[in-house]
Design a binder for this molecule. Structure first.
Ligand code: ZN
Length: 77
């Protein structure tokens, strides 16, 4: 069995604090900056890990309690 707890992590390049690998992509790394490239590597590994986890065990879809739709509109009139 493998257990992975919740991980909250933040990383920022001091030279390029606006670089966001999620929205900018690796192509936006300026001058081959090693810190920005490391952020892009971490982002790619995280995306792959999430994809592998979802492939192994798809997320459980919780059903919302059903509300009869017929009664909702009557209160407006
Ligand atoms: Zn950088």
């Amino acid at each position: 069995m493998l257990k992975i707890g919740t991980v909250r992590w933040r990383g920022k390049c001091s030279k390029h604090p606006m670089f966001d690998p999620y929205t900018d992509g690796r192509g936006a790394v300026k001058g081959g900056c090693p810190r920005c490239n490391a952020l892009a590597d971490i982002h790619e590994c995280h995306q792959r890990m999430v994809s592998l986890m979802r492939g192994f065990s798809p997320p459980v879809v919780r059903k919302k309690p059903s509300v009869p739709m017929d009664d909702l509109q009557e209160s407006l009139f």
